[in-house]
Structure formats: C-alpha cells, structure tokens
Design a protein around this ligand. Sequence first.
Ligand code: 5GP
Length: 293
Amino acid sequence: MGAPPQLTPEERARALAKAKLSRQVRAALKLRIKSMEISIAQVFDIATSDEAIAKMRVLELIESIPGMGKVRAKAVMERLNISPTRRVQGLGRHQMDLLIEEFVAPSGKEKGKLVVLSGPGGVGKSTVAKALKISSPFFVSVSATTRSPRFNEVEGIDYHFYSHDEFDGAISRGEFLEWAEFAGNRYGTPRRAVEDALRDGQNVLLEIEITGAKQVKEKMNEALLVFLEPPTWEELVSRLEGRGTDSAERRAARLALAQEEMAAASFFDKVVVNTEVEKVVATLIEFASAHRG
Ligand code: 5GP
C-alpha cells in the first residue's frame, strides 16, 4: 500500500465532516433497530440508496438487534459463514436471505402461502389474477418486464415497465425471485415485495410463465404450483388469435410456445381447468387456506 494522499486542510475538514455524518446516520439507524422500528430486510433496502449504511459492518448491525450483544452476534455470523469484517454492501443475496430469516420478528403471524399460477400464454391467467385481487386479500405480485406497455396497461399496476438496462441492474442486484425470457421479452418477480407480504401473513399470488414457476419451486419448495389449463385446445387458439393487442407475428410465436407449454402440466402440484374465472378464483383461495403454514 502506498503512502496516504496528502489532503489540504479543506479536504481534511470535508472528510471529517463526512465521517461524522456517517457515524450519526449509523447511530440513528441502530436506535431504530434497537427499538424494533425497522427490520433487517428494511436495512438492506435502505443500504441500496445510502452509502453510510451500505458501508456499515454487518457485525455492528447485528449487535444492535435487541437481545444480541457482541458475543451472540459473532456466533451468529460464524454459524452463517459471514466474515466478521463483512460490510452490508459486500453481502451476497444468499447471505442477506439467511440474515433476514434469522431475525424475522416474531410477529405471531402465520406466514402467508405462496401460490404460483402458471400455464400456457393466452389461457387467462391475468384475468384470474385480477379477479383474485379484487375479491380476496391476496397480495398479487406486480412483475417487472422489458415489454412495452399495451395501450390499456398502467405502470405499477399491470407491470413495472423496465428498460433493458434497468432489468439487467435488477438481475445483478439479486432483486428478482425468478425471471425468464418469454416471446422476446424479459419478465421478473420482484423478490422483496413478495417476501414482505408472506412474512406479514398475506397469501401471495404470482402469475408467471412456466420456466419462472419452476425456478420459484426450486427456491421455495413450499410454494404451491397451479397449472391453469384451457377447457379445450381450440379455445386457447381462438383466444390467442383474437388478441387485438398483439401483432400477427407475435400471435403466431405465442401459439407455437403455448403448444410446448401445455406439456409442462405434470410438473405442477395442481391442475385447474379454466372453465369459469370465478370458479378458478374460489379454487385458488381454497388451496391457499388448505396449504397454509
Ligand atoms: P404478457 O406479455 O402477455 O403480459 O405476459 C407474457 C407471459 O409472461 C405470461 O405467460 C405471463 O404469465 C408471464 N409473466 C408475467 N410476469 C412474469 C414474471 O414476473 N415472471 C415470469 N417468469 N413470467 C411472467
């Protein structure tokens, strides 16, 4: 290591002021953790936009959790295989998950059930998801996509519309529970919102295509995978053909894909035939209450 840079008195004063401010920000955060006002998951969120928190030592963070103290904090870090000198910004996604899981506040609430609704494009998944959102307290996840909005879609309600760069950034920061490419566009489930809702005891619905559903099952084995099937193949073809929002080329690509997708049903925990939206909604609510815990 070379000699430290020579600072002018002004630079030195600025550096000291910055360090002082960082200490104050960290102290304030630790107080909020101590009083259980915020969770570890929220601290990780804050760290994405606050340098002082991003550079905080994980050990220091854990020590401020009520009932922890220095010795226990060190032991937890060792057990989770996290270096005692690790800073928040240096944590991998998996390590963050381990820490969040370790310090889940005992809210007394039973964890919500994660239901993944999948099936061939055009089968009516999004209609079911919308109906479920209206008629039950399910938290319906809003995906991110690189696809352009259709004329009737609203940012933040139908999708979060991302540029390719934004989507790449979200992947590299581990912000997706799963993501997949579908008919030339990318789609991903924002992880944090889903995890928060489950922890809060809400049942959660993901309405996603099949490869994404398989990824979710690999990560969260307790997820219930539901395959939505059209009453007949002809019905699916006519639905895809009739989609005025897509170009002819896009409709043809989706039809070819749907044929492949229909073969995936056996991988799923449940298969439901989409005869009537209300019936599917009622079945999903029933599944969630039967499989909670
Ligand atoms: P669309 O472009 O018609 O809105 O959606 C195309 C496909 O992407 C549908 O099958 C839909 O279920 C799926 N999809 C929507 N959001 C997600 C997501 O977050 N992840 C994955 N894997 N698929 C998604």
